[in-house]
Design a protein around this ligand. Structure first.
Ligand SMILES: Nc1ncnc2c1ncn2[C@@H]1O[C@H](COP(=O)(O)OP(=O)(O)O)[C@@H](O)[C@H]1O
Ligand SMILES: [Mg+2]
Length: 259
């Protein structure tokens, strides 16, 4: 499946949810039209409740749009499929499996573990958990567990990689290292990556494009190509200009880069 070229299209996609207590509806996402393709790294950034997770869940096929449609290479997305791999915002591991077996799980289920053991070992190294490979999830810190969940979704090398705040539980330094590790894998496989973050710097550092979103109703307010070579320099003038521009759009200019 790896190296499959994909074109993902969203045409006038909206998603509303009925509120249970009242007659109101929540407009989680309204009229999104965009095209994304293999080799792009799309960052979705915006405040809580602006529809970031909803957008990922629509692409994953876990929910269907209220209006509009989503297609991959012309075929409508109706349900989850192996071409779209997702790491959830609150990723959970199998408590009864060790770190190594959690990472190997999907390969094993597909009968692909034989011959790919080195891939599992490599992923354990990527996240720096060589000394924890036989430990169980309950023995890990939150950040360690999140790293295991991350590589568990990376190991399948899906053509479309969906990451919902994959680094949220990590301390700043581990987080910056893991950003580089994700980028390394993405650059090698030339997947389409769509990553949710509410960290503007992370969005710019990793994205070839940043979709800036806002809430009430949830929507995309700007689509900004990040025209900087990798690896990016967080301190460069251009980087800072992107940051100011995006914070402006989110009405946070002058308030610092707080989440
Ligand atoms: N299954 C659901 N049922 C009802 N409301 C939902 C559901 N999922 C999301 N919402 C609402 O839609 C809006 C967008 O949610 P979400 O996509 O999770 O935002 P984000 O990930 O950007 O924080 C929020 O107001 C949220 O409460
Ligand atoms: Mg979310």
């Amino acid at each position: 499946m790896e190296n499959t070229k994909v074109e993902l299209k969203l045409e006038n996609v909206s998603k509303s949810f009925a509120k249970i207590e009242t007659d109101e509806v929540t407009h989680a996402l309204t009229s999104v039209t965009t095209t994304m393709e293999s080799g792009e790294f799309i960052s979705l950034v915006g405040p809580s409740g602006c529809g970031k997770s909803t957008m990922l869940r629509l692409i994953a096929g876990l929910i269907n749009p209220t209006t509009g449609k989503l297609t991959v290479n012309g075929e409508e997305i109706e349900k989850p499929a192996p071409d779209r791999g997702m790491m959830f915002q609150k990723a959970t591991l199998f408590p009864w499996l060790t770190v190594k077996d959690n990472i190997a799980f999907s390969l094993k289920m597909q009968g692909k573990l034989k011959g790919n053991e080195d891939k599992v070992e490599n992923m354990i190294k990527v996240i720096g958990l060589e000394n924890f490979r036989e430990d169980y999830p309950a023995q890990l810190s939150g950040g360690m567990a999140q790293r295991v969940a991350l590589v568990r979704s990376l190991i399948n090398e899906p053509p479309i990689l969906l990451l919902d705040e994959p680094l949220g539980a990590l301390d700043a330094f581990t987080r910056m290292n893991m950003q580089d590790e994700i980028l390394k894998i993405w650059q090698e496989k030339q997947q389409l990556a769509v990553m949710v973050t509410h960290d503007v710097d992370e969005a710019i550092y990793m994205g070839t494009r940043v979709l800036v979103m806002d809430a009430h109703p949830g929507r995309v307010i700007a689509d900004i190509p990040i025209d900087l070579p990798f690896p990016r320099d967080r301190g460069s003038r251009e980087f800072v200009e992107y940051r100011i521009d995006i914070l402006n759009k989110l009405h946070f200019a002058g308030k610092g880069a707080k989440e």
